[in-house]
Unconditional design. Structure first.
Length: 76
């Protein structure tokens, strides 16, 4: 079975996917198609433009009973 792969973004209206005009004939004449649904994640975390290190420095993760190393301990 040969596979032609096409990727496109489609509008969903009333639960129906609108197939772009350029693919409609191909789908209409197809015996079988494979559908993959990819939804954008609305809650994706964004890090500051300066990077994750700047973000973590400004918002350190709190860990119970954490004791930072002293300068002497860090040098060892």
């Amino acid at each position: 079975m040969s596979t032609n792969t096409h990727s496109f973004n489609a509008q969903v209206k009333n639960g129906k996917i609108e197939i772009p005009v350029e693919y409609q004939d191909e789908i209409r004449n197809a015996e079988m198609v494979q559908i993959v649904i990819l939804k954008p994640s609305p809650n994706k975390k964004r890090f500051s433009p300066t990077g994750i290190i700047a973000h973590l420095t400004a918002n350190p993760i709190q860990i119970k009973y954490f004791q930072p190393l002293t300068r002497e301990e860090a040098i060892i």
